[in-house]
Design a protein around this ligand. Structure first.
Ligand SMILES: Nc1ncnc2c1ncn2[C@@H]1O[C@H](COP(=O)(O)OP(=O)(O)OP(=O)(O)O)[C@@H](O)[C@H]1O
Length: 596
């Protein structure tokens, strides 16, 4: 993973708890309900004591009836306060989950591309879904249990002390023992709980890869081995889950044993005191009820221990994304280039580039210039570095050495939004979103009129095809809609880009899936657009025939520009270029397939 601020589990959970301050009313009403519930619970044994000692023992029916009435009122109060505290806790937990999901998602939108090179989307998905859900469960249920447990434990301890300090001492020996057991449990198992989420994320990655690559799996008849790969990882998740169940399960018999031993001691010692008339029967019954309010919270906290450990691990993983360093960001004095200011000049000055985390120098000493309104082509073998050069112009990555300039400005000094809004890119891999064709074309400028959209579609040579569809521009594409061929998708992607207000257009193998005739029609339209807008075009091309009229052609080999000039000049000066052209004429095939 890319460099990240170290995020440890406990501070991460503390950061989750700090979010609660944003919901003061829910917290306030929740705490009041919780305190009232605890008070009602604490009063109930006293009512029993009163009913037994003053009512039953003294044959006073009036006290017995009053006691019964108060007990009913206490039960109703418990119902209301319990609803209040649970409603507030659930509401807060849903809001915290909403906020974390939004925070993680907006971070994923701002993270640099290098982060995605090193993190699978399955891992990211798990953090937005499962990890956030763990945190929600912790806030909605566990936090309440633990808070109420602690307060009940303290108030009940005070009450039992005032009732009978000797019996209380026997009872309270349970607490340090339980705390010791729980701390040991935490120490030993926090790693294990983190592993559950790691395994789940691995499983999601495989699932995601397979869903995306389902055609490859089928074409290579790899279904069985993919099922076995998934099953293996699923088995690992099962093993870790079972291990967590086991460690939690092992904790409870010990805690129950402790609780039973204390009960035994109280009944034995308390019973002797009742016989010796030092303690009334009502007091012993009330005392015994408080025992539940001491031991139950200890068990509750025990139950919560696992969830807290899991929530801590999840919070750590969620904050790892929220805190992830953004490699490409605006510098404090970044300049905004307005549409009327930008001319479209590009200059590479001795540019060297290494992908983040890589030790290999992908680009070396790249220097070239594109004047405003020029058509520059980049050709070269597959893997030579053509896309890497193009990626540096809209600052998808930063150079390792040298400078990339747009209109004389170092791109690192320009505001990213302003730079990228003037530099439009059509990628080879045309990703469309679910929605209508119209929405897809208008993705960059959602307010575009249908006329503008149609004009863009005409330039991309896709208008005629769209017109044949029953719903025309309102046809749904993407996962929910009709399937488009690779070439059709590429043309919709070109239309989507053409519609925007760019001054520099980068075509990264943008017509690779389109037939040669349509590709040349698209280039003709783009040429007209270039003349009209005076914009600069950088085209990465596989077919030399499609770019022979370029103002300048850069021939890239092993990360270096080995020759640059017009088509005829390159033919004369570069045997590599001449060789590529000859082989293309001979075989009428793209460059990459010749070389690879
Ligand atoms: N994200 C990345 N991280 C590390 N190395 C990368 C990354 N992307 C590309 N590379 C490496 O950089 C080199 C240049 O890749 P690039 O995509 O620029 O080549 P290209 O000339 O555009 O290739 P093609 O014609 O096949 O698209 C290759 O060796 C590739 O392995």
């Amino acid at each position: 993973m890319p460099e990240q601020k170290s995020t440890s589990a406990t501070p991460s959970l503390r950061r989750v708890l700090e979010i609660l301050a944003s919901y003061p009313w829910f917290v306030f009403v929740g705490i009041i309900s919780l305190l009232l519930l605890i008070t009602t619970n604490a009063l109930t044994p006293q009512l029993f004591r009163w009913g037994i000692d003053r009512g039953i023992s003294e044959n006073n029916l009036d006290v017995v009836f009053k006691c019964a009435l108060f007990l009913v009122l206490a039960a109703v109060g418990r119902g209301i306060f319990s609803f209040g505290q649970n409603f507030c806790a659930e509401s807060i937990s849903q809001n915290v989950a909403y906020r974390l999901r939004n925070q993680v998602f907006s971070k994923t939108q701002n993270l640099s591309l290098s982060y995605y090179n090193n993190t699978s989307s399955g891992q990211l998905l798990t953090r937005v879904t499962s990890d956030v859900e763990q945190i929600r469960t912790f806030i909605g249920t566990t936090l309440l249990q633990v808070t109420s447990g602690f307060i009940t434990l303290i108030t009940s301890s005070i009450i039992v002390f005032t009732m009978n300090w000797k019996l209380a001492l026997i009872t309270l020996t349970a607490i340090p023992l339980a705390v010791f057991l729980l701390s040991q449990f935490f120490k030993k198992n926090s790693k294990l709980f983190g592993m559950v989420q790691v395994k789940l994320a691995n499983l999601n990655s495989i699932l995601e890869e397979n869903l995306i690559g389902v055609r490859v799996v089928k074409a290579f008849v790899r279904e069985k081995s993919e099922i076995s790969r998934y099953t293996t990882l699923n088995g690992e998740l099962l093993d870790v889950n079972i291990k967590t169940v086991k460690v939690v399960r092992n904790l409870f018999p010990v805690l129950f044993l402790l609780s039973n031993l204390i009960s035994l001691a109280v009944i034995g010692f308390g019973g002797a005191e009742v016989i010796g008339k030092q303690f009334s029967l009502g007091e012993l019954i009330a005392f015994n009820s408080y025992l539940v309010f001491i031991l139950q919270p200890v068990l509750q906290i025990g139950f919560a221990a696992g969830v807290i450990a899991q929530a801590s691990a999840s919070a750590k993983r969620v904050y790892e994304i929220i805190d992830a360093k953004i490699d490409i960001s605006n510098n404090p004095n970044a300049i905004v280039l307005g549409l009327s200011d930008i001319k479209g000049e590009i200059k590479f000055e001795n540019v060297g580039f290494r992908y983040p985390g890589s030790t290999i120098e992908t680009l070396k000493n790249i220097s070239f210039e594109a004047k405003p309104g020029e058509f520059i082509a980049i050709v070269g073998m597959t893997g030579s570095g053509k896309s890497s050069i193009a990626n540096l112009i809209p600052r998808f990555y930063d150079v390792t050495s040298g400078i990339v300039r747009v209109d004389g400005y170092d791109v690192r000094d320009l505001k990213l939004e302003s730079l990228r809004s003037h530099v439009a890119t059509v990628f080879q891999d045309a990703t469309l979103f679910s929605g209508t064709i119209r929405e897809n074309i208008a993705y960059g400028l959602p307010d575009s009129s249908l006329e503008q959209i149609i004009e863009a579609a005409k330039i991309a040579q896709i208008h005629d095809f769209i017109s044949t569809l029953p719903d025309g521009y309102d046809t749904i594409v993407g996962e929910r809609g009709i399937g488009l061929s690779g070439g059709q998708k590429q043309r919709v992607a070109i239309a989507r880009t053409v519609l925007t207000d760019f001054q520099i257009l980068i075509l990264d193998d943008a017509t690779s899936a389109v037939d040669a005739k349509t590709a040349s029609l698209i280039l003709e339209s783009l040429e007209e657009l270039r003349q009209a807008r005076q914009c600069t075009i950088i085209a990465i091309a596989q077919r030399i025939s499609s770019i022979r009229n370029a103002d300048k052609i850069l021939l890239v080999d092993k990360g270096e520009v080995v020759a640059q000039g017009k088509h005829e000049e390159l033919l004369a000066m570069s045997s590599l270029y001449a060789g590529i052209l000859a082989s293309q004429i001979q075989q009428n095939q793209p460059i990459s397939s010749q070389i690879s």
